[in-house]
Design a binder for this molecule. Structure first.
Ligand SMILES: Nc1ncnc2c1ncn2[C@@H]1O[C@H](COP(=O)(O)OP(=O)(O)OP(=O)(O)O)[C@@H](O)[C@H]1O
Length: 438
Protein backbone atom coordinates (compact mmCIF):
# COMPACT_ATOMS: atom_id res chain seq x y z
CA UNK A 1 0.00 0.00 0.00
CA UNK A 2 1.35 3.37 -0.99
CA UNK A 3 1.10 4.83 2.53
CA UNK A 4 3.64 2.27 3.73
CA UNK A 5 6.42 2.82 1.20
CA UNK A 6 9.86 2.90 2.77
CA UNK A 7 12.91 3.75 0.69
CA UNK A 8 15.96 1.61 1.31
CA UNK A 9 18.94 3.36 -0.22
CA UNK A 10 22.31 1.59 -0.49
CA UNK A 11 24.75 1.06 -3.35
CA UNK A 12 24.83 -2.72 -3.26
CA UNK A 13 22.02 -5.17 -3.16
CA UNK A 14 23.54 -7.18 -0.31
CA UNK A 15 23.30 -4.16 2.03
CA UNK A 16 19.69 -3.48 1.04
CA UNK A 17 18.65 -7.09 1.43
CA UNK A 18 18.30 -7.38 5.22
CA UNK A 19 16.36 -4.12 5.81
CA UNK A 20 14.13 -4.82 2.80
CA UNK A 21 13.29 -8.31 4.07
CA UNK A 22 12.59 -7.02 7.59
CA UNK A 23 10.27 -4.29 6.29
CA UNK A 24 8.49 -6.64 3.96
CA UNK A 25 7.84 -9.11 6.77
CA UNK A 26 6.44 -6.31 8.94
CA UNK A 27 3.91 -5.23 6.29
CA UNK A 28 5.75 -2.22 4.92
CA UNK A 29 6.53 -1.84 1.26
CA UNK A 30 10.31 -1.51 0.85
CA UNK A 31 11.41 0.41 -2.24
CA UNK A 32 15.10 -0.17 -3.02
CA UNK A 33 17.30 2.51 -4.58
CA UNK A 34 21.01 2.29 -5.41
CA UNK A 35 21.84 5.99 -5.07
CA UNK A 36 20.55 9.22 -3.56
CA UNK A 37 19.79 10.50 -7.05
CA UNK A 38 17.49 7.65 -7.88
CA UNK A 39 15.96 7.93 -4.39
CA UNK A 40 15.16 11.59 -5.16
CA UNK A 41 13.46 10.56 -8.40
CA UNK A 42 11.35 8.04 -6.51
CA UNK A 43 10.35 10.60 -3.87
CA UNK A 44 9.23 12.91 -6.64
CA UNK A 45 7.00 10.24 -8.12
CA UNK A 46 5.22 8.79 -5.09
CA UNK A 47 4.51 9.37 -1.42
CA UNK A 48 7.21 7.79 0.70
CA UNK A 49 6.91 7.45 4.47
CA UNK A 50 10.56 7.18 5.37
CA UNK A 51 14.00 6.74 3.82
CA UNK A 52 16.59 4.42 5.31
CA UNK A 53 19.85 5.54 3.73
CA UNK A 54 23.18 3.81 4.06
CA UNK A 55 25.87 6.22 5.25
CA UNK A 56 28.27 5.19 2.47
CA UNK A 57 25.67 5.48 -0.28
CA UNK A 58 26.70 7.42 -3.40
CA UNK A 59 25.50 11.04 -3.24
CA UNK A 60 24.62 13.34 -0.38
CA UNK A 61 21.51 12.06 1.43
CA UNK A 62 20.72 15.60 2.59
CA UNK A 63 19.47 16.23 -0.94
CA UNK A 64 16.53 14.03 -0.08
CA UNK A 65 15.48 16.38 2.69
CA UNK A 66 15.44 19.31 0.29
CA UNK A 67 12.93 17.62 -1.91
CA UNK A 68 9.26 18.68 -1.85
CA UNK A 69 7.34 16.05 0.09
CA UNK A 70 10.62 14.72 1.46
CA UNK A 71 10.39 11.78 3.83
CA UNK A 72 12.33 11.82 7.08
CA UNK A 73 15.72 10.15 6.74
CA UNK A 74 17.26 7.51 8.98
CA UNK A 75 20.95 6.95 8.28
CA UNK A 76 22.17 3.39 8.76
CA UNK A 77 25.72 2.20 9.09
CA UNK A 78 26.76 -1.03 10.79
CA UNK A 79 29.04 -0.49 13.76
CA UNK A 80 29.36 3.29 13.30
CA UNK A 81 30.82 5.34 16.15
CA UNK A 82 28.80 7.87 18.13
CA UNK A 83 30.29 10.98 16.45
CA UNK A 84 29.02 9.79 13.07
CA UNK A 85 25.54 9.40 14.45
CA UNK A 86 25.68 12.84 16.04
CA UNK A 87 26.86 14.35 12.79
CA UNK A 88 24.04 12.68 10.83
CA UNK A 89 21.41 13.89 13.27
CA UNK A 90 22.86 17.39 13.21
CA UNK A 91 22.55 17.29 9.43
CA UNK A 92 18.84 16.52 9.66
CA UNK A 93 18.52 12.74 9.98
CA UNK A 94 15.76 11.77 12.41
CA UNK A 95 17.69 8.74 13.67
CA UNK A 96 20.81 6.64 13.18
CA UNK A 97 20.78 2.89 12.93
CA UNK A 98 23.98 1.05 13.81
CA UNK A 99 22.56 -2.42 13.23
CA UNK A 100 20.70 -2.48 9.89
CA UNK A 101 21.08 -6.27 9.84
CA UNK A 102 18.82 -6.56 12.86
CA UNK A 103 15.25 -6.95 11.64
CA UNK A 104 13.58 -5.78 14.84
CA UNK A 105 15.77 -2.65 15.00
CA UNK A 106 14.87 -1.80 11.40
CA UNK A 107 11.16 -2.28 12.04
CA UNK A 108 11.12 -0.36 15.28
CA UNK A 109 13.00 2.65 13.86
CA UNK A 110 10.58 2.61 10.91
CA UNK A 111 7.51 2.41 13.11
CA UNK A 112 8.86 5.30 15.15
CA UNK A 113 9.55 7.64 12.27
CA UNK A 114 7.42 6.72 9.27
CA UNK A 115 5.08 9.66 9.00
CA UNK A 116 2.56 8.19 6.65
CA UNK A 117 1.21 5.23 8.44
CA UNK A 118 -1.45 2.55 8.18
CA UNK A 119 -5.11 3.43 7.69
CA UNK A 120 -5.56 4.26 11.39
CA UNK A 121 -2.60 6.59 11.35
CA UNK A 122 -1.83 10.09 10.28
CA UNK A 123 -1.39 10.84 6.61
CA UNK A 124 1.29 13.49 6.35
CA UNK A 125 2.91 13.94 2.97
CA UNK A 126 2.96 17.71 2.58
CA UNK A 127 6.04 19.38 3.96
CA UNK A 128 3.97 21.56 6.32
CA UNK A 129 2.14 18.59 7.77
CA UNK A 130 5.38 16.71 8.17
CA UNK A 131 6.72 19.66 10.12
CA UNK A 132 3.67 19.63 12.40
CA UNK A 133 3.91 15.89 12.85
CA UNK A 134 7.56 16.15 13.66
CA UNK A 135 6.75 18.75 16.31
CA UNK A 136 4.05 16.49 17.73
CA UNK A 137 6.41 13.53 17.78
CA UNK A 138 8.98 15.53 19.69
CA UNK A 139 6.61 16.90 22.29
CA UNK A 140 4.68 13.63 22.71
CA UNK A 141 6.97 12.09 25.36
CA UNK A 142 7.14 15.33 27.39
CA UNK A 143 4.65 15.72 30.23
CA UNK A 144 3.25 19.04 29.01
CA UNK A 145 -0.20 20.20 28.06
CA UNK A 146 -0.58 20.55 24.29
CA UNK A 147 -3.03 22.89 22.62
CA UNK A 148 -3.96 21.92 19.06
CA UNK A 149 -5.38 24.79 17.09
CA UNK A 150 -6.85 24.56 13.61
CA UNK A 151 -9.97 24.97 11.53
CA UNK A 152 -12.70 22.41 11.89
CA UNK A 153 -11.88 19.11 10.17
CA UNK A 154 -8.12 19.67 9.90
CA UNK A 155 -7.38 16.54 11.95
CA UNK A 156 -6.94 17.86 15.48
CA UNK A 157 -8.32 14.70 17.01
CA UNK A 158 -6.12 12.57 14.75
CA UNK A 159 -3.08 14.49 15.97
CA UNK A 160 -4.23 14.22 19.58
CA UNK A 161 -4.34 10.44 19.21
CA UNK A 162 -0.94 10.51 17.59
CA UNK A 163 0.42 12.45 20.58
CA UNK A 164 -1.04 9.81 22.84
CA UNK A 165 0.33 6.91 20.81
CA UNK A 166 3.79 8.41 20.65
CA UNK A 167 3.92 9.09 24.39
CA UNK A 168 4.94 6.77 27.18
CA UNK A 169 1.22 6.73 28.09
CA UNK A 170 0.33 4.88 24.89
CA UNK A 171 -0.72 1.79 26.84
CA UNK A 172 -2.99 3.88 29.04
CA UNK A 173 -6.48 5.08 28.11
CA UNK A 174 -7.23 7.80 25.57
CA UNK A 175 -10.33 9.60 26.83
CA UNK A 176 -11.97 12.26 24.66
CA UNK A 177 -14.55 14.81 25.76
CA UNK A 178 -16.20 17.14 23.28
CA UNK A 179 -16.78 20.18 25.47
CA UNK A 180 -19.10 21.78 22.90
CA UNK A 181 -21.38 18.75 22.62
CA UNK A 182 -22.09 18.25 26.35
CA UNK A 183 -24.77 20.42 27.97
CA UNK A 184 -23.18 22.96 30.29
CA UNK A 185 -24.82 21.60 33.43
CA UNK A 186 -23.53 18.08 32.77
CA UNK A 187 -19.97 18.88 31.80
CA UNK A 188 -18.75 19.47 35.33
CA UNK A 189 -19.99 16.08 36.58
CA UNK A 190 -18.67 14.42 33.46
CA UNK A 191 -15.18 15.88 33.81
CA UNK A 192 -14.74 15.73 37.55
CA UNK A 193 -17.09 12.93 38.58
CA UNK A 194 -19.65 12.90 41.37
CA UNK A 195 -20.57 11.17 44.59
CA UNK A 196 -23.82 9.35 45.25
CA UNK A 197 -26.66 11.84 45.85
CA UNK A 198 -24.79 14.77 44.28
CA UNK A 199 -27.86 15.44 42.15
CA UNK A 200 -31.22 13.80 41.44
CA UNK A 201 -30.49 10.55 39.67
CA UNK A 202 -26.95 10.17 41.05
CA UNK A 203 -27.70 6.79 42.57
CA UNK A 204 -24.05 5.86 42.88
CA UNK A 205 -20.74 7.64 42.74
CA UNK A 206 -18.97 7.95 39.43
CA UNK A 207 -15.42 8.84 38.42
CA UNK A 208 -15.00 11.76 36.03
CA UNK A 209 -13.07 11.79 32.77
CA UNK A 210 -9.96 13.11 34.52
CA UNK A 211 -9.95 10.02 36.71
CA UNK A 212 -10.83 7.69 33.84
CA UNK A 213 -7.84 8.99 31.88
CA UNK A 214 -5.39 8.12 34.67
CA UNK A 215 -2.15 6.84 33.17
CA UNK A 216 -3.26 8.03 29.75
CA UNK A 217 -4.37 11.11 27.84
CA UNK A 218 -7.43 13.32 28.29
CA UNK A 219 -8.51 15.12 25.13
CA UNK A 220 -10.57 18.22 25.79
CA UNK A 221 -12.05 18.94 22.39
CA UNK A 222 -13.30 22.47 21.65
CA UNK A 223 -12.05 23.82 24.93
CA UNK A 224 -13.11 27.36 24.07
CA UNK A 225 -16.73 26.30 24.61
CA UNK A 226 -16.32 25.71 28.36
CA UNK A 227 -18.39 28.08 30.50
CA UNK A 228 -16.45 30.59 32.66
CA UNK A 229 -17.29 28.95 36.05
CA UNK A 230 -16.02 25.63 34.80
CA UNK A 231 -12.92 27.26 33.36
CA UNK A 232 -11.92 28.18 36.93
CA UNK A 233 -12.34 24.60 38.06
CA UNK A 234 -10.41 23.29 35.09
CA UNK A 235 -7.59 25.69 35.82
CA UNK A 236 -7.40 24.35 39.36
CA UNK A 237 -7.28 20.77 38.09
CA UNK A 238 -4.43 21.60 35.73
CA UNK A 239 -2.54 23.66 38.30
CA UNK A 240 -2.96 21.55 41.40
CA UNK A 241 -3.05 18.25 39.48
CA UNK A 242 -6.05 17.14 41.50
CA UNK A 243 -9.81 17.14 41.08
CA UNK A 244 -12.74 17.00 43.44
CA UNK A 245 -15.87 15.07 42.54
CA UNK A 246 -19.22 16.86 42.90
CA UNK A 247 -20.10 16.53 46.60
CA UNK A 248 -16.75 14.81 47.13
CA UNK A 249 -14.92 15.26 50.37
CA UNK A 250 -11.33 14.60 49.37
CA UNK A 251 -9.28 15.71 46.36
CA UNK A 252 -8.25 13.00 43.92
CA UNK A 253 -4.85 13.21 42.23
CA UNK A 254 -4.85 13.71 38.47
CA UNK A 255 -2.55 11.51 36.40
CA UNK A 256 -3.74 12.41 32.92
CA UNK A 257 -1.85 14.23 30.21
CA UNK A 258 -4.17 16.91 28.88
CA UNK A 259 -4.41 17.72 25.18
CA UNK A 260 -6.87 20.46 24.27
CA UNK A 261 -8.16 21.50 20.87
CA UNK A 262 -9.83 24.59 19.58
CA UNK A 263 -10.88 25.93 16.21
CA UNK A 264 -11.21 29.45 17.60
CA UNK A 265 -8.56 32.03 18.22
CA UNK A 266 -8.25 31.58 21.99
CA UNK A 267 -6.25 34.79 22.41
CA UNK A 268 -9.11 36.65 20.79
CA UNK A 269 -11.55 34.87 23.11
CA UNK A 270 -9.42 36.10 26.04
CA UNK A 271 -9.53 39.62 24.69
CA UNK A 272 -13.31 39.40 24.33
CA UNK A 273 -13.58 38.30 27.95
CA UNK A 274 -14.92 34.84 27.00
CA UNK A 275 -11.90 32.84 28.08
CA UNK A 276 -9.83 33.18 31.24
CA UNK A 277 -6.37 34.52 30.61
CA UNK A 278 -4.75 32.34 33.31
CA UNK A 279 -6.31 29.22 31.80
CA UNK A 280 -5.16 30.32 28.36
CA UNK A 281 -1.55 30.48 29.55
CA UNK A 282 -1.89 27.15 31.32
CA UNK A 283 -3.07 25.51 28.10
CA UNK A 284 -0.72 27.38 25.86
CA UNK A 285 2.40 25.65 27.16
CA UNK A 286 2.94 23.97 23.83
CA UNK A 287 0.66 25.17 21.03
CA UNK A 288 0.55 23.31 17.71
CA UNK A 289 -1.11 24.96 14.74
CA UNK A 290 -2.66 22.64 12.15
CA UNK A 291 -2.76 24.32 8.75
CA UNK A 292 -5.96 24.12 6.70
CA UNK A 293 -5.94 21.52 3.91
CA UNK A 294 -5.76 24.20 1.17
CA UNK A 295 -2.37 25.21 2.57
CA UNK A 296 -0.95 21.67 2.42
CA UNK A 297 -2.04 20.51 -0.97
CA UNK A 298 0.43 17.63 -1.18
CA UNK A 299 -1.71 15.85 1.42
CA UNK A 300 -4.89 15.94 -0.66
CA UNK A 301 -4.29 12.99 -2.99
CA UNK A 302 -2.67 10.67 -0.43
CA UNK A 303 -5.62 11.39 1.89
CA UNK A 304 -8.08 10.78 -0.95
CA UNK A 305 -6.35 7.47 -1.72
CA UNK A 306 -6.57 6.47 1.92
CA UNK A 307 -10.30 7.26 1.96
CA UNK A 308 -10.78 5.33 -1.29
CA UNK A 309 -9.29 2.33 0.44
CA UNK A 310 -11.30 2.95 3.61
CA UNK A 311 -14.69 3.26 1.93
CA UNK A 312 -14.14 1.43 -1.36
CA UNK A 313 -14.20 -2.30 -1.84
CA UNK A 314 -10.46 -2.60 -2.34
CA UNK A 315 -10.29 -2.07 -6.08
CA UNK A 316 -11.67 1.50 -6.12
CA UNK A 317 -9.73 3.95 -8.26
CA UNK A 318 -9.94 7.60 -9.25
CA UNK A 319 -9.61 9.17 -12.69
CA UNK A 320 -6.94 11.81 -13.41
CA UNK A 321 -9.72 14.38 -13.92
CA UNK A 322 -11.14 13.70 -10.46
CA UNK A 323 -7.66 13.92 -8.95
CA UNK A 324 -7.11 17.25 -10.62
CA UNK A 325 -10.38 18.62 -9.23
CA UNK A 326 -9.57 17.43 -5.72
CA UNK A 327 -6.17 19.07 -5.87
CA UNK A 328 -7.55 22.40 -7.07
CA UNK A 329 -10.52 22.72 -4.72
CA UNK A 330 -10.33 25.06 -1.72
CA UNK A 331 -11.55 22.61 0.98
CA UNK A 332 -13.36 24.92 3.39
CA UNK A 333 -14.33 21.83 5.41
CA UNK A 334 -10.76 20.49 5.33
CA UNK A 335 -9.97 16.77 5.66
CA UNK A 336 -13.44 15.93 6.95
CA UNK A 337 -14.95 17.41 3.80
CA UNK A 338 -12.49 15.48 1.63
CA UNK A 339 -13.46 12.30 3.45
CA UNK A 340 -17.16 13.03 2.84
CA UNK A 341 -16.57 13.90 -0.82
CA UNK A 342 -14.72 10.63 -1.45
CA UNK A 343 -17.32 8.62 0.43
CA UNK A 344 -20.15 10.22 -1.55
CA UNK A 345 -18.26 9.82 -4.82
CA UNK A 346 -17.84 6.10 -4.21
CA UNK A 347 -21.60 5.75 -3.86
CA UNK A 348 -22.08 7.46 -7.20
CA UNK A 349 -19.16 5.83 -9.05
CA UNK A 350 -20.57 3.10 -11.27
CA UNK A 351 -17.61 0.85 -11.93
CA UNK A 352 -15.51 1.53 -8.85
CA UNK A 353 -13.70 4.36 -10.64
CA UNK A 354 -14.43 7.84 -9.27
CA UNK A 355 -14.75 10.36 -12.10
CA UNK A 356 -14.85 14.14 -11.88
CA UNK A 357 -18.65 14.14 -12.20
CA UNK A 358 -18.97 11.88 -9.14
CA UNK A 359 -17.44 14.57 -6.93
CA UNK A 360 -19.98 16.62 -5.00
CA UNK A 361 -18.29 19.45 -3.19
CA UNK A 362 -19.86 21.14 -0.24
CA UNK A 363 -19.63 24.50 -1.92
CA UNK A 364 -21.67 22.85 -4.66
CA UNK A 365 -25.39 22.03 -4.86
CA UNK A 366 -25.59 19.47 -2.06
CA UNK A 367 -24.42 21.79 0.68
CA UNK A 368 -26.78 24.59 -0.12
CA UNK A 369 -30.09 24.95 1.63
CA UNK A 370 -31.14 27.64 -0.80
CA UNK A 371 -34.12 26.66 -2.94
CA UNK A 372 -32.58 28.25 -6.05
CA UNK A 373 -29.66 25.84 -5.86
CA UNK A 374 -32.06 22.92 -6.22
CA UNK A 375 -33.76 24.64 -9.11
CA UNK A 376 -30.46 24.65 -10.94
CA UNK A 377 -29.99 20.90 -10.63
CA UNK A 378 -30.77 18.98 -13.74
CA UNK A 379 -32.90 15.87 -13.44
CA UNK A 380 -30.11 13.33 -13.47
CA UNK A 381 -28.21 15.18 -10.79
CA UNK A 382 -31.35 15.34 -8.75
CA UNK A 383 -31.79 11.59 -9.16
CA UNK A 384 -28.27 10.86 -8.02
CA UNK A 385 -28.65 13.23 -5.11
CA UNK A 386 -31.88 11.45 -4.08
CA UNK A 387 -30.18 8.08 -4.43
CA UNK A 388 -27.25 9.27 -2.38
CA UNK A 389 -29.45 10.64 0.39
CA UNK A 390 -31.60 7.51 0.55
CA UNK A 391 -28.56 5.22 0.53
CA UNK A 392 -26.92 7.19 3.29
CA UNK A 393 -30.14 7.26 5.32
CA UNK A 394 -30.37 3.51 5.01
CA UNK A 395 -26.75 3.03 6.07
CA UNK A 396 -27.43 5.28 9.05
CA UNK A 397 -30.52 3.30 10.10
CA UNK A 398 -32.65 6.32 9.42
CA UNK A 399 -30.78 8.63 11.77
CA UNK A 400 -31.11 12.15 10.37
CA UNK A 401 -28.17 13.33 12.44
CA UNK A 402 -25.80 10.62 11.27
CA UNK A 403 -26.96 10.97 7.67
CA UNK A 404 -26.34 14.71 7.73
CA UNK A 405 -22.89 14.17 9.23
CA UNK A 406 -21.97 11.58 6.63
CA UNK A 407 -23.14 13.81 3.82
CA UNK A 408 -21.39 16.81 5.32
CA UNK A 409 -24.55 18.91 5.43
CA UNK A 410 -26.56 20.31 8.32
CA UNK A 411 -29.54 18.43 9.71
CA UNK A 412 -31.65 21.42 8.72
CA UNK A 413 -30.51 21.14 5.10
CA UNK A 414 -31.17 17.41 5.15
CA UNK A 415 -34.70 17.89 6.46
CA UNK A 416 -35.32 20.51 3.83
CA UNK A 417 -34.08 18.16 1.10
CA UNK A 418 -36.17 15.26 2.41
CA UNK A 419 -39.25 17.47 2.40
CA UNK A 420 -38.50 18.46 -1.21
CA UNK A 421 -38.03 14.82 -2.14
CA UNK A 422 -41.40 13.96 -0.64
CA UNK A 423 -42.92 16.86 -2.61
CA UNK A 424 -41.36 15.34 -5.74
CA UNK A 425 -43.06 12.03 -4.96
CA UNK A 426 -39.92 10.23 -3.78
CA UNK A 427 -40.89 7.74 -1.03
CA UNK A 428 -38.86 8.77 2.01
CA UNK A 429 -39.14 6.34 4.95
CA UNK A 430 -39.59 7.97 8.33
CA UNK A 431 -36.86 7.51 10.93
CA UNK A 432 -38.72 5.04 13.17
CA UNK A 433 -39.48 2.73 10.22
CA UNK A 434 -35.84 2.75 9.17
CA UNK A 435 -34.62 2.11 12.68
CA UNK A 436 -36.79 -1.01 12.82
CA UNK A 437 -35.41 -2.19 9.51
CA UNK A 438 -31.86 -1.53 10.71
N1 LIG B 1 -3.76 13.54 8.61
C1 LIG B 1 -4.83 12.74 8.54
N2 LIG B 1 -4.70 11.46 8.17
C2 LIG B 1 -5.78 10.66 8.07
N3 LIG B 1 -7.03 11.04 8.33
C3 LIG B 1 -7.22 12.29 8.73
C4 LIG B 1 -6.13 13.20 8.86
N4 LIG B 1 -6.62 14.38 9.28
C5 LIG B 1 -7.93 14.22 9.41
N5 LIG B 1 -8.32 12.97 9.09
C6 LIG B 1 -9.70 12.45 9.08
O1 LIG B 1 -10.55 13.57 8.84
C7 LIG B 1 -11.68 13.57 9.72
C8 LIG B 1 -11.66 14.85 10.55
O2 LIG B 1 -10.55 14.82 11.43
P1 LIG B 1 -10.67 15.27 12.97
O3 LIG B 1 -11.97 14.82 13.56
O4 LIG B 1 -9.42 14.85 13.65
O5 LIG B 1 -10.69 16.84 12.75
P2 LIG B 1 -10.86 17.99 13.85
O6 LIG B 1 -9.91 19.07 13.47
O7 LIG B 1 -10.74 17.39 15.22
O8 LIG B 1 -12.33 18.47 13.58
P3 LIG B 1 -13.34 19.33 14.55
O9 LIG B 1 -12.64 20.60 14.88
O10 LIG B 1 -14.53 19.56 13.67
O11 LIG B 1 -13.60 18.43 15.72
C9 LIG B 1 -11.56 12.31 10.55
O12 LIG B 1 -12.37 11.31 9.98
C10 LIG B 1 -10.11 11.92 10.45
O13 LIG B 1 -9.95 10.53 10.52
Amino acid sequence: MSENKILVVAADEATREAPCAALDAAGFEPVPAASVDSACDLVASMPVSLALVHGACPGDWRQLRRHAGAPPVVVMEAGAEVPRAVQAIRSGAVDFLTNPEDASAVVSVTRRHAVVMNSRGVIAVDERTRGVLDLARRVAPKPVTVLLNGESGTGKEVFARYLHEQSDRARGPFVAVNCAAIPENMLEALLFGYEKGAFTGATRSHPGKFEQAAGGTLLLDEISEIAPELQAKLLRALQEREVERLCGTAPIPVDARVVATTNRDLRQAVQNGQFREDLYYRLHVFPIQLPPLRERRDDILPLADAFLRKFGDGGATMSPGARHMLREYEWPGNVRELENVVQRALILADDGCVDAEDLRFELGPLSSAAPEADASLDDSMKDSEHRLILDTLRQSNGSRKMTAERLGISVRTLRYKLARMRDDGVPVPDSSAMAQVG
